[in-house]
Design a protein around this ligand. Structure first.
Ligand code: BGC
Ligand code: CA
Length: 296
């Protein structure tokens, strides 16, 4: 049990002095000197309350600042969104324009393609008709040449007939050349390659023999077992031409020829029985026949 002690003041002055002294002790007089029930000081509690409140205020201020920041950021994002929407609508407008331009281009492309196809078709037709024209022209030329040769032979036969009656106006072929229907023919005794044989005929002011009809072939058909180069060669795959550039009219191929054996036979020779065979131009060597016009 706590005992309360009282002071016995002698005089009023003494009491007042003591009272004045007591007022100079603030830690005993203010609210901070208040005590909790039980006599414990209330000051630490006040202090704790104040610090906590202060911290709360700081925390709330920070939160408030953060919220304001966020709202500002939101506003900014809103603005950006609006701007992007605007840009998006502008871009979609541009996209539409581009799509229209693209579809126009597509249309033009298709039209051009169609035109190109038509032109290619026409070109193909033109090339085909040109090819058939040149084939028929060459054929006609060859036929005309053959006709001319036949007429010439006919004329020669007529002249021969006249000669037999009245004497010939044609110069005889030089020895050992043999004459037949207005031409002189040289039969070689040795063998050369096709090119060498061609050059030899040129040197003799003649050419490798060109065979225009069966009569001429019969005249040329060898009597000995010899083969002879003739003036015929391959100019492209499947096409043979005479040495004067004319296409083939009359032919006398051996059965199965020309077979371009091993893909290397570009020149033509007459076999010993008269039939023709395509053969390697080099290094094969063979006899050859030159032909030139008889001078009449
Ligand atoms: C063939 C000819 C060919 C020759 C080549 C013969 O057996 O019938 O076509 O040109 O061989 O050596
Ligand atoms: Ca052959």
């Amino acid at each position: 049990m706590e005992s309360v002690q009282y002071t016995q003041w002698e005089t009023t002055e003494e009491f007042e002095m003591a009272d004045t002294k007591r007022q100079w002790r603030p830690w005993e007089a203010g609210w901070w000197a208040k005590q909790l029930p039980g006599g414990r000081p209330a000051f630490p509690l006040y202090l704790l309350f104040s610090v906590t409140s202060f911290l709360w205020i700081i925390l709330l201020s920070m939160l408030l600042a953060k919220v304001m920041d966020l709202s500002r950021e939101m506003e900014h994002l809103d603005e950006q969104l609006e701007e992007m929407q605007l840009n998006g609508s502008m871009n979609s407008g541009r996209l539409e324009v581009l799509q229209v331009a693209l579809s126009n281009l597509d249309e033009k492309h298709q039209i051009l393609n169609t035109k190109a196809e038509t032109v290619a078709e026409k070109l193909k037709n033109l090339q085909e008709s040109q090819a058939s024209l040149s084939t028929s022209l060459s054929q006609e030329l060859a036929e005309a040449k053959e006709d001319r040769e036949n007429i010439r032979s006919e004329m020669f036969r007529g002249l021969e007939a006249v000669k037999n009656g009245n004497g010939s106006s044609c110069q005889p072929c030089p020895s050992p050349w043999r004459d037949f229907q207005g031409s002189c023919y040289f039969f070689s005794k040795n063998k050369l390659t096709w090119s060498q044989a061609r050059d030899d005929c040129v040197q003799k002011q003649a050419h490798l023999v060109i065979i225009n009809n069966q009569d001429e072939q019969n005249f040329l058909t060898p009597t000995e077992k010899l083969g002879y180069w003739i003036g015929l060669r391959k100019v492209k795959e499947g096409v043979h031409k005479w040495i004067d550039g004319t296409t083939l009219g009359y032919t006398n191929w051996n059965p199965g020829e020309p077979n371009d054996s091993q893909g290397m036979e570009n020149c033509v020779m007459m076999l010993h029985h008269g039939k023709w065979n395509d053969f390697t131009c080099e290094p094969s060597s063979d006899n050859w026949i030159c032909e030139k016009r008889q001078i009449c």
